[in-house]
Design a protein around this ligand. Structure first.
Ligand SMILES: [Fe+2]
Length: 298
């Protein structure tokens, strides 16, 4: 009996040892390198998604220091930077800490729309006052040193969604924006699509974007690294395909951030630390246009 009890207690202790460390949720930096042949110089991008107005230390110092340590050339905000429940203060503090020091671009996420008309307007006003550039179906040419990049941004589909949900048949709206930014992108330069939703990669890959940057999935909330890359994600359901990481479809590369949401979620993250994503675009010295286009046609 004593032996049985000892085994049971040992098993329980082992289980706790496996479960508890999973809840460690300190900020981490996730790095990716993307081959971008033909770039005059490397370009470092900080991708920040799904902050949901969460707190990262006094005055957002933890997140600001992490960004500064990486010295990015530009910061891209991939939606749900604000939340519909949490006050906007933490996000505003973070924005005020980076604007003027880095070029900052933003696209909307679903939670900005879920904030209602007044809430949405307030959030957009904060962005405008801070000097953040919102890309709402627009493409901008960004210059980093001598390197030009075409940066395309689309709104979250919730900008048009109605009670019938978002379907491929939805007229105008999102699909129009997608086609519009693809057409606006400057020819002959590396092209990035900044979007909140990762689950629409199939549609993104129909255009000539070289790199898609997305968020929204929160890493699938619970993970078992190496075994299960995410348990559940909005718009993807159980065992999501695009929960976080590197994906490729028809020659289009997509990087999905696991985001920075922490105290805003009703279930804690598990083996899924909130992340600041750093994407390094590196030249391999060859002309990228022909390579990428050929790859896409395969
Ligand atoms: Fe989202």
């Amino acid at each position: 009996m004593k032996r049985k009890k000892r085994i049971l207690l040992s098993l329980l202790a082992l289980l706790l040892l496996l479960i508890l460390p999973g809840f460690y949720n300190a900020l981490t930096v996730q790095r990716y390198t993307v081959e971008a042949p033909g770039l005059a110089q490397p370009v470092r991008i900080a991708l920040i998604t799904d902050l949901h107005s969460c707190a990262y230390g006094e005055g957002q110092r933890e997140l600001l220091d992490a960004v500064d340590a990486e010295a990015p050339d530009l910061i891209l905000l991939g939606g749900d930077i604000f939340d519909d429940d949490m006050p906007d203060d933490n996000t505003e503090t973070f924005l005020r800490g980076v604007v003027g020091r880095y070029p900052v671009y933003y696209v909307t996420g679903n939670h900005e729309y879920w904030s209602g008309e007044a809430g949405f307007t307030r959030k957009m006003t904060i962005l405008e006052q801070c000097g953040v550039t919102r890309l709402s179906g627009e493409a901008a040419t960004v210059e980093v040193g001598g390197t030009r990049i075409s940066l395309c941004g689309v709104d979250d589909p919730h900008a048009w969604e109605n009670s019938n949900g978002f379907t491929e048949q939805t007229e105008g709206g999102f699909w129009k924006q997608l086609a519009q930014v693809a057409a606006q992108a400057e020819d002959g330069v590396f092209t990035i699509l900044l979007t909140h939703r990762p689950d629409l990669l199939e549609y993104y890959s129909r255009y000539d974007f070289d790199l898609v940057l997305a968020g929204h999935a929160h890493g699938g909330l619970w993970r078992i690294p190496g075994v299960m890359n995410g348990l559940f994600a909005p718009n993807q359901g159980w065992f999501p395909k695009y929960a976080g990481g590197w994906y490729e479809l028809n020659g289009t590369v997509m990087i999905v951030s696991r985001g920075l949401a922490r105290e805003s979620t009703w279930l804690p993250r598990w083996y899924n630390r909130p992340e600041l994503v750093i994407v390094e675009l590196q030249s391999s010295g060859t002309q990228w246009t022909s390579i990428m286009r050929e790859k896409k046609q395969q």
